[in-house]
Design a protein around this ligand. Structure first.
Ligand SMILES: C[S@@+](CC[C@H](N)C(=O)[O-])C[C@H]1O[C@@H](n2cnc3c(N)ncnc32)[C@H](O)[C@@H]1O
Length: 390
């Protein structure tokens, strides 16, 4: 073999490996219990939240997705008008695994072995086809989409526009694009995301302006575990957060993960119980606060540093920098979010920009909030800037 062809093959193999590696985090499947307990929180707040509504579940795998099963089984209980679920073509997925169509697909008269691989599918539920007097999972009808089911395609976008509520666990690698696509339509949504996304310049303004908030479960361990997803059988078993159950099904637990939404729920309106500044300085359980004369003030933002959410002083009226994990406890009646200490996302709250003459580290310092301690600048991890509501 010529050296050129050999190198070409190696490059191709590496590209495929790279693509598979990149795409593997897109194939995390949501568990029934996580959907059920999250949806319960919205129903508790408003029992009619889904009544008369059309729900779209994009980026799904309707034959076996728990999203499709869950909403189909509860179609009548929730009073849905219509359920639409779409899938992405197996050949378009970045993470390649052996593809076996389901019996549900192959036994239907419209089954097409070619389209099964190259086209997305659409499942619709809106009427009692079996004639058993109820509308449920058995009444789902499927057909092939014209394209591969990419959520950005014109045909899935049209379904988005028809829907009232969009619910899914979107592909991890396209999270920003997915949220932009959602926002274009101004619909209700319930999606799964990660806490790291909060700081993205495309996402943070939505949180700040109360266009998106954390759901009931976000960045929280339950039963000692982070939110856990099923992964494909061929998923590489590396890392401590992976395990196989006694049926051989693989799962992965992902730190910082949870629900993001613009649907109201009660947890969001529960204020954080807090102590006054004087009490925190005297009694805080955190040694970093207890016994100090005052909270530290940033060198480059007009705000105080509050390193723990439970150490937010209840009576301070200025701007406070709090950890990103505050987001799950944020109650819009208690605080307003005024910014974040991330370069490119400052909202005009920065009071100082360092230059070369300050230090060779000036560029790093400009990325975040800083503290001047013992005449030395210390960078602080990303902080959300908040202010007490009057
Ligand atoms: C995180 S998984 C979630 C699947 C399912 N919604 C669930 O939660 O069980 C995301 C799915 O989106 C698919 N996907 C990847 N890129 C996509 C795209 N551009 N458009 C639509 N779906 C896509 C993936 O192949 C994967 O099946």
């Amino acid at each position: 073999m010529l050296l050129g062809s050999f190198l070409f093959l190696i490059t191709m193999a590496n590209d495929n490996l790279g693509a598979a590696k990149k795409g593997k985090n897109d194939e995390f499947y949501t568990q029934w219990g996580d959907i059920e307990s999250e949806v319960a929180a919205y129903l508790e707040y408003n029992p009619d939240v889904f009544r008369g509504k059309t729900i779209l579940l994009p980026c799904d795998d309707p034959e076996w997705s728990n999203f499709t099963k869950f909403f189909a089984q509860n179609f009548e209980t929730f009073g849905l008008k219509k359920l639409i679920s779409t899938s992405y073509a197996p050949e378009s997925k970045k993470f390649k695994e052996p593809y076996i169509p389901s019996l549900f697909e192959t036994e239907a008269p419209q089954y097409n072995p070619d389209k099964s691989k190259t086209n997305g599918k659409i499942f619709v539920l809106e009427r009692d086809i079996t004639g058993d007097g109820t509308i449920n999972y058995q009444d789902l009808e499927y057909s092939y989409l014209d394209g591969d089911g990419d959520f950005r395609s014109a045909e899935v976008t049209k379904l988005r526009d028809e829907a009232d509520i969009i619910i899914t666990n979107p592909p991890f690698s396209l999270f920003r694009e997915f949220v932009a696509w959602l926002m274009e339509a101004d619909k209700k949504f319930l999606i799964i995301g990660n806490i790291n996304a909060i700081t993205y310049k495309e996402i943070f303004p939505l949180i700040m302006h109360n266009k998106m908030w954390t759901g009931c479960r976000f960045n929280r361990r339950v039963g000692g575990k982070n939110m856990t997803f099923q992964v494909p059988d061929s998923y590489p078993m590396t890392g401590t957060e992976l395990y196989v159950d006694d049926k051989g099904t693989k799962f992965i637990s992902v730190a910082g993960t949870g629900w993001l939404t613009n649907i109201e729920h009660g947890h969001r309106h529960q204020p954080i119980p807090l102590m006054s500044m004087a009490d925190n300085l005297k009694f805080s359980k955190h040694k970093e606060i207890r016994g100090k004369a005052a909270y530290d003030r940033y060198d480059n933002y007009d705000a105080i540093e509050v390193p723990f959410t439970d150490a937010i002083p209840s009576d301070y009226t200025g701007v406070m920098g709090v950890p990103i994990s505050f987001i799950d406890k944020y109650c819009p009646e208690q605080f307003e979010i005024v910014g974040i200490t991330e370069r490119g996302n400052e909202f005009g709250l920065r009071t100082k920009v360092y230059t070369k003459s300050d230090s060779p580290k000036y560029s790093d310092w400009n990325c975040r909030a800083t503290l001047l301690i013992d005449d030395k600048i210390q960078s602080v991890y990303a902080r959300i800037l908040i202010r007490k509501k009057a």
